[in-house]
Ligand binder design. Sequence first.
Ligand code: NAP
Length: 354
Amino acid sequence: MRTLIYFANAPCVRSEPVRSPARTGRRYSHCRSWPVSEPRAATRQVGQSGLAIPRVALGCGNFGGIGSAPEFFGQGLSTDQALELMDAAWALGVSHFDTADAYGGGRSEHAIGRWIKSRGVRPQLTTKTFNPMTPGADHGLRPDRIARQLQASLERLGVDQVDLYLAHDYDPDVPIAETFGAFEAAVAGGSIRAYGVSNFGAGQLAAALDAGSPLAIQDSYSLLDRTDEREVLPLCERRGVAYLAFSPLAGGWLTGKYRRGEPFPAGSRMTQRPEPYRGLLTEQTFAALARLEAMAANRGISMAGLALGWLLADDRVTQIVIGPGRPEHLRPVAEAIDHPVTAAEKAEIEGIFT
Ligand SMILES: NC(=O)c1ccc[n+]([C@@H]2O[C@H](COP(=O)([O-])OP(=O)(O)OC[C@H]3O[C@@H](n4cnc5c(N)ncnc54)[C@H](OP(=O)(O)O)[C@@H]3O)[C@@H](O)[C@H]2O)c1
């Protein structure tokens, strides 16, 4: 079974500590030939771009910080932890990495660049721009800023092209057509393959589609955040926009790690950056999670595996962007792929989270 293949056959991940080529003076060679990442799930097309992306991407928002929040720059996963996580994801067959210029103030892209260079392999890459790189630095989607930020991202990543480039947020101060002009220039120049948006509402996405050709949107979507079902997902379906779901486990809530009446586990996201999830602290949430946990147990998988499986069972969801904090957190991905959720199970799960 492929899950066992990964967990039993990861010598490249665990046999030796990861060393920087600068320190060793040579390419990583503890793994004689770095294994080719074998896709675990089918790929999906991104519009008419010719780009096909896998259904699961490794989110690198925890590398060197917690997302783009400047107060956490330098925290999150260390470079060595990030390298280990990328090794484990690659070994599992996850071959698309998601980052942003401002994640960890540039540390996330740096870590990915170091991994690519040292392993001699090339995952598909999504990166984004909008947020400031340091407290008080500029932000937004002005064309000159985009050109500068994209160049800096390419340098940190050590590549000459990223597959998908996203506006990380909506910028009310810059006409979206101007932003897309910069993105189109980058496509024409070969530094990106396709572009899209993130954190746009349905009205903003509709306006964006009138102004250019965004081929993808990345938004929060999980059993505990189904806002996009009302307008964004139907719009994507109508207009052929690839839908990429971030925070598929609602920041860890869908793993069952937060228990009714118990303190949050030390070091967990709720102890670090609880604000986005405070609304989940309700009796209704805990009751729904208990039912999901029971259903997962009946199927012999984890609650997280079932929650990811629910997303993968939705044809409108092009890709899920997972956020594991350590290699063991990848196990639910394997469960979700190896135990597909049926249409009847999907309906049952949705009945729990109405
Ligand atoms: N476009 C955007 O604006 C945007 C916004 C957010 C995220 N993203 C992207 O989406 C990625 C994923 O987002 P996310 O981190 O919010 O995803 P998530 O999977 O919903 O949450 C990740 C958190 O859940 C916990 N977790 C994950 N797997 C676990 C497991 N198997 N067992 C126990 N705990 C587990 C970890 O929390 P602990 O830290 O508590 O261990 C981890 O930090 C990011 O890395 C980033 O690439 C994009």
